[in-house]
Design a protein around this ligand. Structure first.
Ligand SMILES: C[S@@+](CC[C@H](N)C(=O)[O-])C[C@H]1O[C@@H](n2cnc3c(N)ncnc32)[C@H](O)[C@@H]1O
Length: 229
């Protein structure tokens, strides 16, 4: 079934747990996330299993791929992403970059609010990149793309955007490299949507002087920081 992608597609449903709702939406959209994550787990060692010479599987090379994490924990729920764009719906959002984009949920919800905005997801794991781009193509979302890149190694290539989305994609030092680069080079208005203790800790301690305003989005796990320098 092809869902229509409009602002109604991602509206939260009262009484349905956000992760259950997200799982159902993934299925309706045609994602094969569980299957892909299962296959990744067969090839690579789970992220939380430390080195063990008797285990032949190696960790995913090049970064923290979170292999073995439940797919619904790996991703931000559609409810939370919906709430973030709802909060920003009156703003001028024409480009969004998701640092560690997973399967690109942020791009789908963005397109339902701002059909003309550009979405760039940067993701380490090629299988997630291909699946996200397959779904964008299925819905003819020519405004959305995920690229297969290590954001830490190519930090200078992160483009300017009106909104950056970061869900604790890696260890704190990796998140710090990205934040420092993005925050140092910008001098205009933009938003950072943060999800996770590591990014929030850095924003509240190390980068407190950089942002102008911060608000926790009602009923979500997200904080939106506004930069107005
Ligand atoms: C917690 S998931 C978040 C996915 C998505 N942003 C969301 O909120 O639904 C973090 C993702 O970042 C990716 N990642 C980790 N380190 C990365 C790096 N150095 N460069 C690019 N992506 C990375 C992981 O593979 C994983 O898919």
């Amino acid at each position: 079934m092809n869902l229509p992608l409009n602002s109604g597609t991602f509206i939260p449903i009262e009484g349905v747990h956000p992760r259950v709702h997200s799982k159902k939406l993934d299925k309706k959209l045609g994602f094969k996330i569980s299957k892909i994550e299962r296959k990744l787990s067969q090839i690579y060692r789970p992220y939380n299993l430390i080195e063990d010479p008797t285990n032949k599987k190696k960790h995913y090379k090049g970064g923290q791929a979170w292999i073995g994490l439940h797919p619904q924990a790996l991703q931000t729920t559609y409810n939370d992403i919906f709430a973030a764009f709802d909060y920003l719906s009156k703003e001028d959002i024409s480009r969004v970059v998701d640092i560690g984009a997973g399967y690109g949920r942020v791009g789908l919800v963005l397109s339902s609010f701002f059909p003309n905005a550009q979405f760039l997801g940067i993701e380490l794991v090629a299988q997630r990149v291909h699946e996200g781009n397959r779904i964008f193509k299925k819905f003819n979302l020519t405004n959305c793309e995920i690229i297969n890149q290590n954001v830490v190694e190519e930090v200078q290539k992160i483009p300017d955007a009106d909104m950056y989305f970061i869900y604790d994609f890696s260890v704190k030092s990796d998140i710090d490299i990205v934040l420092e680069t993005v925050l140092e080079k910008r001098s205009d208005i933009f938003y950072l949507v943060a999800h996770g203790d590591r990014v929030e800790n850095l924003m509240s301690k190390k980068y407190r002087d950089y942002w102008h305003h911060c608000e926790k989005v009602y009923n979500t796990n997200l904080r939106i920081y506004k930069f107005n320098r």
